[in-house]
Design a protein around this ligand. Structure first.
Ligand code: MN3
Length: 211
């Protein structure tokens, strides 16, 4: 079955004022749709057309040379965005606040405090030159680690590509298309606003599922 665009789990305007409706509409309906369309186009008529985005990312090395770059960029882009939408929720209605339970404990154990984690994660996003992502990953052995990838690469693609092979539990898109309409060049302000819509319950579920 071809890859399909998942619906947003909330309306495009519901993350206002932190993420504006126009950005959400274009980001989901145009950018994410293009990754889906282009991945399907690259894989049409090949045995890989039935693979999930996760399989395509994890087993990128098995994709033929002439398709690999298209799959890396577009199946990667699809997987990353499908995750990203679920990691946000309207502020005060599932979005924002602070993690609790096992997730809070894991963050404190790895980074000392939630505030220190936020500083380090924001720095990974701000420090990513050009386009890419910041990630919080559950590592083998149970600790958490922050990493960052260029373009649409992700930790599922493994250490050789992503420099990290953890299980992503939080993802932040720092491509300009994610924030430029509202924040222009102010990526740090976008990230500061984004904390207000992070769905920590979802992050906690992904941590629980990573074990
Ligand atoms: Mn994006």
């Amino acid at each position: 079955m071809p890859l399909t665009l998942p619906p947003l789990p909330y309306s495009p305007e519901s993350l206002e004022p932190h993420i504006d409706a126009a950005t959400m509409g274009i980001h989901h309906g145009k950018h994410h749709q293009a990754y889906v369309t282009n991945a399907n186009k690259a894989l049409e008529g090949t045995p890989f057309a039935d693979w999930s985005a996760e399989q395509l990312c994890r087993r990128l090395g098995e994709v033929p040379d002439d398709k690999r770059a298209a799959v890396r960029n577009n199946a990667g882009g699809h997987w990353n965005h499908a995750l990203f939408w679920t990691l946000m929720a309207p502020a005060g209605k599932g979005g924002g606040g602070a993690p609790n339970g096992a997730l809070a404990e894991a963050i404190n154990a790895a980074f000392g405090s939630f505030d220190t984690f936020k500083e380090k994660f924001a720095a990974a996003g701000v420090g990513r030159f050009g386009s890419g992502w910041a990630w919080l990953c559950a590592m083998p052995g149970g600790t958490l680690a922050i990493c960052s990838t260029p373009n649409q690469d992700n930790p599922l693609m493994g250490k050789a590509i992503a420099g990290c092979d953890g299980t992503p539990i939080l993802a932040l898109d720092v491509w300009e298309h994610a924030y430029y309409l509202k924040y222009q060049n102010r990526r740090a302000d976008y990230i500061a606003g984004w904390w207000n819509v992070v769905n920590w319950a979802r992050v906690g579920e992904l941590l629980a599922g990573s074990k």
